[in-house]
Design a protein around this ligand. Structure first.
Ligand SMILES: [Ca+2]
Ligand SMILES: [Ca+2]
Ligand SMILES: [Ca+2]
Length: 372
């Protein structure tokens, strides 16, 4: 663990990019992350259920043909239901009716799954106990009007299934999901009788990633150059994936700036992984859609002071990567914290030669040669 000498040279490049050059052995380490780099939030914990509903707003109320009674799930995005029609059916369209209030809670992005397994998932579980086939997915444009039947949504489905799972991946924006009624049809145009109705077995489910952040406190804030923070309610094992626009690089140090409040939310342990794969993980995903190599891990003792740059943490690494994944398995006080948060992160390292030329850093070596 060779400690870098910090900021030996400051160079202002022609295009006004200020690069702090850090002498690290015989090589030059520069800040690798820049505002605007592609960055997403992740949490490596498994999918979990936070599904719950009021007793008088349980999922059976979407089967009663009365939009005035609704199913409301406090879990919000990724909540839904598993329903078993009286007989296996080939669902090829569905219709939803809006509930009485709060348009933001309406379903927007949906996924429909089918199974022929007996349903063993329990109410308010993840609904993953069966083998599910993704039938189709899309967006439903429910009307702003309340207690109103929405458009017929066609489902591309070639098979009959004994049970269906409808998941609302996104509401219209609220952190609660609700819907007045749901009807499913064997026809493609909503004609005929609904294949689901009163008396069919139905349970509430949610299989949600642990990663989630407030709209104004997203992962882009870790490289925005300001004290605006990134906060993830996933707490432990949350983090980010970043693809530096600087290109392929070899990193061997990082520095974290603490956020404005709540020191218990500060990272305590860290892991950094590298990949040369294109990033396929979605924002708020589990960060496992690529092949990752562990570069280094350890503890970081961040200052109690808020909005403060922490220590330079160095590690041994000789491998170049195009993207990095950093997660925080432990927080300063994970029991007291409701989230993980940091204001800034910077990686230090050496860009690949092609990138160095692009940055004009060849000029720096020339200057040094003349002095020698
Ligand atoms: Ca109803
Ligand atoms: Ca920031
Ligand atoms: Ca977590």
């Amino acid at each position: 663990m060779a400690k870098c000498k910090e900021e030996v040279v400051m160079k202002k490049l022609a295009f006004a990019l200020i690069v702090a050059v850090v002498a690290c052995g015989s090589s030059y380490a520069i800040p690798i992350l820049r505002p605007g780099d592609a960055v997403i939030a992740i949490d490596t914990d498994p999918l979990a259920s936070r599904s719950s509903y009021p007793g008088g707003e349980n999922p059976t109320f979407i089967l009663d043909g009365d939009p005035g009674t609704k199913y409301l799930n406090f879990g919000g995005n990724f909540t839904g239901f598993i329903v078993t029609p009286s007989a296996p059916a080939q669902v090829q369209s569905f219709v939803m009716a809006t509930a009485n209030d709060a348009e933001g809670r309406d379903p927007k992005v949906w996924k429909l799954y089918g199974t022929n397994d007996p349903i063993t998932s329990t109410d308010n579980s993840t609904g993953l106990a069966e083998n599910w086939v993704l039938v189709d997915s899309g967006t439903v444009a429910l009307p702003a009007d309340r207690l109103t039947v929405g458009p017929v949504v066609t489902v591309n489905n070639a098979a009959a299934y004994a049970s269906y799972k409808m998941v609302v991946e996104q509401t219209k924006g609220a952190t609660i999901m609700q819907v007045g009624d749901v009807l499913m049809y064997a026809s493609t145009d909503g004609s005929g009788a609904s294949v689901i109705g009163p008396g069919n077995p139905i349970i509430a489910v949610q299989a949600a990633p642990d990663s989630r952040y407030p709209g104004a406190e997203g992962p882009a804030n870790i490289i925005d150059g300001t004290l605006a923070k990134y906060l993830n309610f996933g707490k432990t094992n949350s983090g980010f994936i970043v693809t530096p626009s600087i290109g392929s690089s070899i990193i061997d140090a990082f520095q974290i700036t603490t956020a404005n409040d709540s020191p218990e939310r500060d990272p305590l342990s860290w892991e950094i992984y590298g990949t040369n794969d294109a990033i396929a993980t979605e924002d708020n995903g589990q960060g496992d859609a690529e092949m990752w190599a562990l570069i280094a891990s350890g503890l970081v003792f961040l200052p109690m002071e808020r909005d403060t740059v922490g220590p330079m943490v160095s590690f041994a690494n000789g491998d170049a990567y195009t993207s990095y994944k950093m997660i925080f398995p432990l927080l300063r006080d994970g029991d007291a914290a409701n989230s993980m948060q940091i204001a800034e992160v910077q990686f230090y390292g050496v860009p690949e030669p092609a990138t160095l030329a692009l940055l004009g850093l060849g000029a720096i070596s020339l200057v040094r040669k003349r002095r020698a």
